[in-house]
Structures are given as structure tokens and as C-alpha cells.
Design a protein around this ligand. Structure first.
Ligand code: GCO
Ligand code: MG
Length: 402
């Protein structure tokens, strides 16, 4: 089952996506998501200029061997560009193997460990009241887990505040939007928001919150402690995680569960976090952390340490990544939750898929392989549209993590 063709499709049906497509001599094709928000063309070039030429003639069934060949063979290891490229190849090969066996991918990964995959949606608002209204909408749609973010007085363009739709898209055309950051009003506001949410919805719905890397460890510890009465499902990215040991401070002070890892690329990025049991959920994705093969290794390490998975699922990950995540989630034993941000209708039309949402949970469907495809003709109608993620500055102008 030799690979005879490979191509990279860059399109922008509502937002930018990079998709790898590999074709075998038997006429089967597989796809992988290679989207790196704000740096898309670097991965597209890495694939077209450096990886696809090495894939032609290789046996599509040798998934692990190809992964090691691309990882060790590049000499220059890790990083989001390299790992997104390897992840896309890995997903495309799993897709092909599923199709060759006429089985949905999860059946090749050990079969279903559960009936469906619990997902969380995003409730965003310009104020506490708006966020409560947005959360009510998700409860009405059947969600059993909701991430809540809100604008904070004194913080310009707070992270996660939507624009009145179900979609949240922080990347914008032109130069990066400059947001303002102030820790004090944020730390005072968030516990009040969750107190209100518990008052409105009780404890029957899971609540989550994303700090988006903005606090120091001791500030994050204070936030975790002040949120304890509201029993969050998780507090996400409380502090930047390049320094994994910094999470010891948070862990010493609070029992609020911690989730980290959407920006991680390999198992080494979370090794200490997992081995020292400093986190509760690992958020690595099939896109940026080397595909389904590598994610399974991270999950296996995590399982030894009572850490569950909670894969990133923002709209800057395409439906191809969503499908991969759902097969992984359904099969892996220590699954926790899956993020599910809805794509626009345009995006869904370009990437027809078998996965579906019902009663607050999702299922990848029974189509062979990933169960998702790309309509190339339609994709061609949405050319690449450069956009950048925002940057953040503190009130005195100092650049801060966005
Ligand atoms: C999340 C995320 C994202 C990121 C985005 C950046 O938890 O969903 O933090 O929304 O901001 O993926 O491109
Ligand atoms: Mg996040």
C-alpha cells in the first residue's frame, strides 16, 4: 500500500485551515489537520517542501515507523511546526488504515471504552449577566459541561469574550490586536462569576474556566483556592507551563483540578507535570502533539498517574482534528472530557463529517477511517486569508502572555 501522492490544501472557509492529503496506489486517501493558528504557511511549507517528498513510495501501513522516521530523521526535534506536520501525516495514515480495513478508526485503537464522549461548550459574555445567559443557552442545547469566560472591568479585550455567536475566533486580519491585562480586577471578578453561575445552575452542570496562561503560580494558587467552593471541573492553563515545576506551587495550595497542555508538542512537555501528579487533565491534541500515535503514548503515561485527557478542540483545529480527537477519546481508557467549539457552517460544508453531537456528548460515527473528508473544489473557493492571534500588554505597556 504505497503512498503515491501528497498535497497540502490551505483554505479559509470562515478561518484558515491547513490540510494534508495522502493518496495510495490502491486509490485510498487519508487526511490530517496541520493548522497552526497565525503561522499556517510555515507548516504548509514544512509538509510540501520537506515531508511529502519523503513519503512518496513508503508503505502507508507503517505508521509508527513513519512517525519515528520523521521525528528522529529530521534531527531538529519538537516544536509546533514540526510536530503539527508529523501529526498531520500520522492522522492521514491512520485514516487510510481505517479505510483499508473498512472500520472506523476507534476500532483500530482498541475499540470503544465508552458509549460517547462528554464535551464542553463555551459560554462567553460581555458581563456576568451575559455569561449567565450564554451558559443557559448551552444548558438548553443539552450540554452537561460549560466553560465560562467573561469581560472584566479594567481589562481590555479579556480572553474568551465572544461576539454574540456560538463561534469564538480570536485571530484577526492585519497586525495583531493589542489586548490589555490587569491581574487584580481579574482575580477579584472570577470567583464572583462562578458564585453566580452556581447560584443559577446549581451543581448539576460541570463548570470550567480558562486562565489562558496569564497568572503567576502564586496568583493561580490564590484563584484556585478562591474557586474551591464552586467545585470547578477544571481550571485551565493557570500559569505558563514552560516551567513545569512551577505547578508545584499551585498544587500545594489548592484542590481545584488543573488542566494544561493545548500548546504542548510532545510527551516531554508534560513529563514532570504528569509524573509528579501536578495536573489532573492533559490537553494535548492530535494536531500539535504529533498525531494520534503520540497522543496515545501521552495518555498511557497519564493513566499511570491518574491524569485524564481533555483534548483541545477550539475552532482553529479543523473538523479533521475533531474527528481524530473523538476516535482517540472514545477508545482511550483515561478519557476525561473533550472541548467542542462549533465550526461555522462554511467550515462544516468544506469538511463533511460523520461525527455528531447529542445530549452533551459526541460520537465519531461509524464511517471508515476518521470519517471526515475535504471537499477540495469548495475549499478552493476560500483562499488563504492571513490573520494573527492578539498580543497582550499589561497596563504599563509590558508584553504579557496572551
Ligand atoms: C481553548 C484555547 C483556544 C486558544 C486558541 C489559540 O481553550 O480553546 O485556549 O481558544 O486560544 O486555540 O489559537
Ligand atoms: Mg485554552
Amino acid at each position: 500500500m504505497r503512498i503515491v501522492e501528497g498535497k497540502v490544501i490551505v483554505c479559509s472557509p470562515g478561518r484558515n485551515f491547513v490540510t494534508l492529503k495522502l493518496v495510495t496506489e490502491d486509490g485510498l486517501h487519508g487526511i490530517g489537520d496541520a493548522t497552526l493558528n497565525g503561522r499556517e504557511l510555515a507548516v504548509a511549507s514544512y509538509l510540501s517542501d520537506h515531508v511529502i517528498p519523503l513519503l512518496i513510495g513508503r508503505d502507508a501501513r507503517r505508521i509508527e515507523d513513519t512517525w519515528q522516521y520523521l521525528y528522529k530523521g529530521a534531527y531538529w526535534r519538537r516544536g509546533p511546526v514540526t510536530m503539527a506536520a508529523i501529526g498531520a501525516v500520522d492522522s492521514a495514515l491512520w485514516d487510510i488504515c481505517g479505510k483499508a480495513r473498512n472500520a472506523p478508526l476507534y476500532q483500530l485503537l482498541g475499540g470503544a471504552s465508552r458509549d460517547s464522549v462528554l464535551v464542553y461548550g463555551h459560554a462567553n459574555g460581555e458581563s456576568e449577566d451575559d455569561t449567565v445567559k450564554a451558559a443557559a443557552k448551552y444548558v438548553d442545547m443539552g450540554y452537561r459541561a460549560i466553560r465560562a469566560q467573561s469581560a472584566v472591568a479594567g481589562v481590555t479585550h479579556a480572553y474568551g469574550v465572544g461576539r454574540g455567536t456560538l463561534y469564538y475566533e480570536p485571530a484577526e486580519k492585519g497586525r495583531p490586536l493589542e489586548c490589555g491585562w490587569s491581574t487584580e480586577p481579574y482575580l477579584d471578578f472570577v470567583p464572583k462569576l462562578f458564585e453566580r453561575l452556581r447560584k443559577e445552575f446549581g451543581f448539576g452542570v460541570h463548570l470550567l474556566h480558562d486562565v489562558h496562561h496569564r497568572l503567576t503560580p502564586i496568583e493561580a494558587a490564590r484563584l484556585g483556592k478562591s474557586l474551591e467552593p464552586y467545585r470547578l471541573f477544571w481550571l485551565e492553563d493557570p500559569t505558563p507551563a514552560e516551567n513545569q515545576a512551577a505547578f508545584r506551587t499551585i498544587r500545594h495550595h489548592t484542590v481545584t483540578p488543573i488542566a494544561v497542555g493545548e500548546v504542548f508538542n510532545t510527551i516531554y512537555d508534560c513529563q514532570l507535570l504528569i509524573e509528579e501528579e501536578l495536573i489532573d487533565y492533559i490537553r494535548t491534541t492530535v494536531v500539535h502533539a504529533g498525531g494520534i500515535s503520540h497522543l496515545r503514548k501521552i495518555a498511557a503515561l497519564a493513566e499511570l498517574h491518574h491524569v485524564r485527557t481533555g483534548a483541545h478542540g477550539a475552532t482553529d483545529l479543523s473538523p479533521v482534528a475533531m474527528a481524530g480527537a473523538l476516535h482517540f477519546d472514545l477508545s482511550v481508557h483515561n478519557f476525561g472530557i473533550q472541548e467542542y467549539m462549533r465550526h461555522t457552517d462554511e467550515t462544516d460544508r468544506v469538511f463533511p463529517h460523520a461525527y455528531a453531537f447529542a445530549d452533551g456528548a459526541m460520537h465519531p460515527g461509524e464511517a471508515p477511517g476518521l470519517g471526515v473528508d475535504i471537499d477540495e473544489e469548495l475549499a478552493a473557493k476560500y483562499p488563504y486569508d492571513p490573520a494573527y492571534l492578539p498580543v497582550n500588554r499589561k497596563t504599563d505597556g509590558t508584553v504579557h502572555s496572551w
